[in-house]
Design a protein around this ligand. Structure first.
Ligand SMILES: Cc1cc2nc3c(=O)[nH]c(=O)nc-3n(C[C@H](O)[C@H](O)[C@H](O)COP(=O)(O)OP(=O)(O)OC[C@H]3O[C@@H](n4cnc5c(N)ncnc54)[C@H](O)[C@@H]3O)c2cc1C
Length: 374
């Protein structure tokens, strides 16, 4: 087996929306950037298996990274979509209480919204709900006008085109296998098409999504205390061949670890429902028609005319969780060198929803701190 070696300023592990966004910010500063991606294409894991919703930052604690990056990322993503002509629709979203008991939960969400300071989100009257969505069945609703949808595939493609113009190398079929570090550099062993390659970099950024923990375990010398336990929470989507009558996103009251089976449109107008939440041990993207009844029962709470036999399984994604079924949902973790005690190393863990919305803001944050990392 051959062994070649390359030098670069920054090596990024993972060409999902997070790795691509970080690379873009760093390459704009004139630094040499390589992305190592184990798959043949960019964004084929979590970045293309989600709801494609641009979130407003409603649900997370005020001082969390999720709130900060979601709110900043929401604005950056709409601006990006406009500038680079990415298909999007700022269609707005209703969060609905489907029983009188759920109204208190709606008030609790509103309290969090007020604490965060999201001034555009309001509780609607029955008449206002009816005017927006005549066929929606609910006891009350919050309206978020800045929530919307985008075409995540066009977004990924656009980031790749920008990176090409910025002379950033995206190495596909390149799996990171081991990292060693010295005082002034990190040496990463990459397996690409049965050829072992060593990449020496001043900075290494691990944003490998579902594999962030397994990659971190391959960094010789990184304390295992700094690697959070990993959980996978699968989310399946169904689509309905009967077109839903809604023009806004419709979300139920969220659960602890997910936002509940919600209604979203895609940009072709297709109705999607999901994701549900299923704890699994290993990556598995299969879908199961047996879940149809559960979906039907949930959707019927807000759309009475849904027909069960028109629901068909669509696709599934997996949330890279760092909190388990009995824990409170955890925040994003971004570990800079002062935390992980390895010069030049940045690790990202638990970048679940709203990671797509937050991607450009996370990229901006790491890009603006790159001088202190190098
Ligand atoms: C069901 C579901 C619904 C969601 N809905 C939304 C939503 O509506 N709105 C929103 O804002 N967010 C949503 N999210 C979250 C969002 O999709 C993720 O936060 C985001 O895509 C994470 O991007 P990433 O780049 O970190 O991960 P990924 O896209 O998984 O990218 C990581 C990359 O690292 C690569 N990699 C792994 N190991 C190695 C290795 N050893 N060597 C080289 N490469 C490696 C992988 O191949 C992969 O391409 C949802 C997530 C799920 C699961």
């Amino acid at each position: 087996m051959n062994k070649s070696s390359f030098d670069t300023d920054v090596l990024i592990i993972g060409a999902g929306v997070i790795g691509l966004s970080i690379a873009r910010e760093i390459a704009k500063k004139g630094l040499d950037v390589i992305i190592a991606e184990k798959n043949r294409f960019a964004g084929t894991e979590t970045s293309s298996r989600n709801s494609e919703v641009i979130h407003a930052g409603i649900y997370y604690p005020k001082d969390s990274l999720k709130t900060k990056f979601c709110i900043e990322g929401n604005k950056k993503l709409y601006d990006y979509c406009e500038k680079y002509k990415i298909p999007f629709n700022r269609c707005g979203k209703l969060i609905v209480a489907t029983s009188d008991e759920e109204i208190n939960k709606l008030f609790k969400i509103k309290k969090n919204i007020d604490e965060i300071g999201l001034v555009d989100i309001s509780l609607l009257s029955k008449k206002e709900i009816h005017n927006l969505e005549p066929e929606l069945r609910c006891s009350g609703a919050l309206f978020s006008p800045s929530s919307g949808i985008l075409d995540s595939h066009s977004f990924i493609q656009s980031l790749l085109t920008e990176l090409q113009d910025l002379n950033c190398t995206v190495a596909f079929n390149s799996k990171v296998e081991k990292v060693i570090h010295s005082n002034d550099s990190l040496i990463t062993e990459v397996n690409g098409n049965n050829e072992k390659i060593n990449i020496r970099s001043k900075c290494l950024i691990n944003c490998a999504g579902l594999s962030s923990q397994s990659v971190a375990k391959k960094i010789i010398g990184l304390s295992s205390d700094l690697i959070p336990k990993q959980y996978f929470a699968k989310g399946t989507y169904f689509t309905s061949s009967k077109k839903a009558p809604f023009t806004h996103l419709i979300y139920p009251i969220p659960e602890n670890h997910g936002l509940g089976i919600h209604f979203t449109l895609d940009l072709s107008g297709r109705s999607k429902f999901g994701p549900d939440l299923e704890w699994i041990d290993k990556e598995d993207y299969s879908t199961d028609l047996k879940k149809r009844k559960i979906f039907y029962d949930q959707i019927k709470k807000f759309w009475v005319n849904i027909e069960e036999n028109k629901l068909v399984p669509d696709y599934a994604g997996i949330r890279p969780k760092i909190s388990g079924p009995n824990d409170q949902s955890a925040d994003f973790i971004i570990q800079f060198p002062e935390k992980n005690n390895i010069r030049g190393l940045v690790n990202l863990f638990g970048i679940e929803s709203p990671g797509l919305t937050a991607s450009l803001a996370i990229g901006y944050e790491i890009g603006s701190r790159i001088d202190e990392v190098l």
